[in-house]
Every structure is written in C-alpha cells, then in structure tokens.
Design a protein around this ligand. Structure first.
Ligand SMILES: Cc1cc2nc3c(=O)[nH]c(=O)nc-3n(C[C@H](O)[C@H](O)[C@H](O)COP(=O)(O)O)c2cc1C
Length: 445
C-alpha cells in the first residue's frame, strides 16, 4: 500500500492567531532561529516528509494583532538544512515579485546545501500592499499573474537544466574543469522575461527543487496540473476535497501526466488533547484570546466591504462580490464565503474559525480522532497526504509527532524510517531528467 505524506507547515508559535498570547509562548520566536531548529528536529523525529514556510513580501495589516515580520524562507531553510539530515525543506517564493535568475539560483543553492531536500512553493501573491513594494500602484490582474508564473517556471526549468549533470569534469590531469559543450544557455525571450543564461550554479542533487503550488482558483489549478509535484490546498469538507482531488488529477492526466506524480495535501489544524474535552478546552482558550476588532478589519479587506458593514453578531452581508470580481486570492475568498453561508456563522464565529487556521480545516480531538480524520480523507480519495498546521508551536507539533504519528504507523499508513535521501524520494517521485541532456544521467558522476 502506498503511504500518506505529511508536511509540517511551520508558522511562528502556531497557526492560531492568538497562540502567542498563551503563557508558554515566546512572543518573539518568529525571528529566533533556535525556535525553528527545534521545530525542524521535532518534525524530523516524526519522519515527516517535509516542512514548509509560507511567505509574502509585505508586512500585512497591524502589528498589534499578532507577531509580525518573518525571516526570509530560503535564508531560514539554509540554517535548518544544517540542523537536520533528512527532512524536506519547502520555501514559498512569489513569481510576481522575483526574477527567475535570482530565484533559480537561490533554490539551486538550497538544493546543494541541503543535499537534495529543497522545494519551492510557487505563489502569485495576492494583495495590492505587496505590489506597492515593487514599483506598482495596483495589483497586476489575476490572469496576468498566472501567465507570468507559467513563464517564470519555464525559464527557471531552463536555467536549472542549463548544466548537464555531466558538465563538471574536475579533470585535474587534463586541466579541464568542466565541459562547455555541456552547458545549454536558454537564450529565453518571452512576454515577461529575457534571460540569456546559463545559470551560475551546477545542476543540483534533485536536478531542481520539488515544485509545489498553493492557489486553488481555476488558473491556479491549471498551473498546478502543468508543473506541480505537490499541491497545498485548503478544503473544509470531505466532498469539496474529493471534488478538488478528482479535478486536479484529471487536469494533470489531460496534459499527459501520470496523476500519481502530483501529490495533493489539504491543510488540517489539529487541536490535540488527551481527551476530547481537553482538546476543545485548548481550542476555546485560544478563541477567547482573539481580539475580534483586528480580525474584523482583515475580513473586511478580504471580502472587499467596509468594516462597519460586518456586525460581529450577525451573518455576512447578502451582497458580496462574486469570485470573478476578486483579483487577489480567489479560491480563499470563495472558501470563506461558502463556509460562512453553509454554517450560517455570525461574523464573530467566522472570525474564530478563520483565527484558528485562516480557512483551513480546524479540528479538536484526541490523537485517535485526529488519526481517524486523516485516514478517512486519505482512504476516500480526498488527499495523498496532509499539511499539518499545529495551532500552537512547538507543543502542537510535539503532540502530533508523539501521539498521532505512532497511530498512523500502527495502521500501516505512515513510514517508520526514511528510505531515501532527497525530498522527491520522500514523496515517491523520480529525479527529473534534464530537458537538454546530451549525456545520459547514468553516465554522469
Ligand atoms: C497551505 C497554503 C499555503 C499558502 N501559502 C502562501 C504563501 O505563503 N504566500 C502566498 O502568497 N500565497 C500562499 N497561498 C496561496 C493563497 O492562499 C492564495 O490562494 C493564492 O495567493 C492565490 O491563489 P488563487 O487566486 O489561485 O486562489 C497558500 C495556499 C495554501 C493552501
């Protein structure tokens, strides 16, 4: 039987927006490399496939609400590469606010430094606030951001493949370090980029980083179907998750890909307790610590309404924009509105649900119940694995690794040891061939 995949989504002292207010939390941990090393080692102790850092090149909202300001993910992962041996290291980077050469070089470097454990979460970045950090007054249109993303990835792939695996020779006797004929400069000229190449980093252990995608709009799914090897997604119900899973696998198959080579990982925010009552008490304690005025402001921005139009003890206004009118994060917008309407949540209740995991599925229960929830989705064609988003860190990750992972192992669903050394090995994926290769990989050293 194939095994499920588990990724630890790390975020400061936890995904719950009020986690930093708990007595045991270090309010300033988000810039403490030792905190992240500790988290990475806990995840590796559980033999998780990978860990992941989200990112946007912008300071969101008020710094009053929660710890703000994050370390740049590829820099932080370089430190974590030195603190771990096996676990995959996935960093988010935007195709809207980077240049392919710089980014391809950074990820090739991380793949070398980590011995083949790098992954790139490809995002197009929503929000006009980020655009204003990059010489723009407005957010580029959703369609254009995705078109640029596709060209960005094409250029990056050409750059990573611009060295044959066999190009470095190290021929000391002959005095020839490398074979210039085995370089393949892309000379790319497209709508968004002109890049001569080749890259100034040799092809890395994995060839290039694992390509991950995390936006579930129609354009996002098309991009994922073409390029992604793993997909992060937020899904609230089993039926929605199954529909997304089938849709994405079909799209990949329609493009001639083996659907097994694209791994789908919905997020789950598990509040774990020794008893169900204990788990619920943790969840309630966290929800009590939310300051709704900040959250209301953010919800209003997401929904494109005035904050005064959101009454804490009433449901959402009836006349909200349609997804077509949203230029930012389309799929998250739809998820939030659908959730609120389906469960008839008041704004206050919606804020509590989003405060736990920003739209990801929140869950309070015993380790057994969390394992059941994971197994149910895995066995019913809704997921190849999960993005584990502990509400509180490190305690929530420790609880998951020490109490849920052993149950999944006993049920034959999760590995007991790492069997390979690269991130693609953990996800059961092959090392990609070089699109320009003249020398078969087996002959390469
Ligand atoms: C688990 C997960 C993590 C994500 N991380 C980021 C991130 O770090 N930065 C970002 O700009 N978007 C991130 N996204 C994507 C956004 O939520 C949003 O969907 C995307 O920016 C717009 O995609 P869409 O319009 O195709 O829905 C993430 C999505 C998921 C499911």
């Amino acid at each position: 039987m194939t095994m499920l995949h588990l990724n630890a989504f790390l975020m400061g002292v936890g995904h719950h927006e009020a986690a930093w207010r708990l007595p045991e939390s270090d309010a300033f941990a988000q810039t403490d490399v030792e905190h992240f090393k500790r988290l990475a080692r806990i995840a590796e102790r559980g033999k998780l496939d990978s860990l992941f850092l989200a990112d946007s090149p912008v300071l969101w909202n008020s710094i009053g609400r929660r710890p703000a300001g994050t370390l740049e993910p590829t820099v932080l992962l370089t430190a974590l590469a030195g603190a771990t041996e096996h676990i995959g290291l996935i960093a988010t980077a935007s195709t809207t606010y980077n240049e392919p050469f710089n980014l391809a070089r950074r990820f090739a470097s991380l793949d070398h430094i980590s011995g083949g454990r790098a992954g790139w979460n490809i995002v197009t970045t929503a929000g006009v606030e980020a655009a204003r950090n990059f010489n723009l007054d407005e957010l580029p249109a959703h369609r254009d951001r995705y078109e640029r993303a596709a060209e960005f990835i094409d250029v990056s792939l050409k750059l990573w493949d611009s060295w044959d695996d066999a190009a470095p020779l190290g021929d000391k006797a002959g005095g020839v370090w490398g074979d210039d004929d085995l370089l393949h400069p892309p000379h790319h000229k497209g709508r968004y980029f002109r890049v001569a190449g080749p890259l100034n980093v040799p092809r890395s252990p994995q060839g290039y980083p694992l390509l991950v995608q995390a936006g579930s709009s129609q354009d996002g799914k098309e991009l994922a179907a073409r390029y992604a090897e793993a997909v992060f997604t937020a899904q609230q119900t089993l039926a929605e998750a199954q529909a997304f899973y089938v849709d994405l696998k079909r799209r990949a198959a329609a493009l001639g890909r083996d659907p097994d080579t694209i791994k789908i990982l919905p997020g789950i925010v598990p509040a774990i307790g020794a008893t169900e009552a204990e788990a619920r008490a943790l969840e309630e304690e966290l929800d009590r610590l939310i300051k709704p005025e900040y959250a209301r402001q953010q919800l209003a921005t997401t929904l494109r309404v005035a904050p005064e139009d959101l009454h804490l003890d009433r449901e959402l206004p009836a006349d909200l924009p349609s997804e077509d009118e949203i230029q930012g994060a389309k799929s998250r917008y739809t998820l939030i509105v659908t959730l609120a309407r389906r469960e008839r949540l008041t704004v206050r209740q919606l804020i509590a649900r989003l405060g736990g995991g920003r739209g990801h599925r929140t869950f309070a229960g015993t380790p057994e119940q969390v394992a059941d929830a994971i197994e149910e989705w895995y066995r019913s064609g809704a997921a190849d694995g999960f993005n584990i988003m502990p509400p509180v860190l490190p305690s929530g990750l420790e609880a998951f690794v020490d109490h849920v992972v052993p149950i999944l192992r006993r049920r034959g669903l999760f590995r007991t040891e790492y069997t390979g050394s690269t991130l693609r090995d953990h996800y059961g994926l092959a090392r990609p061939a070089n699109q320009f290769a003249r020398v078969p990989v087996a002959a390469a050293h």
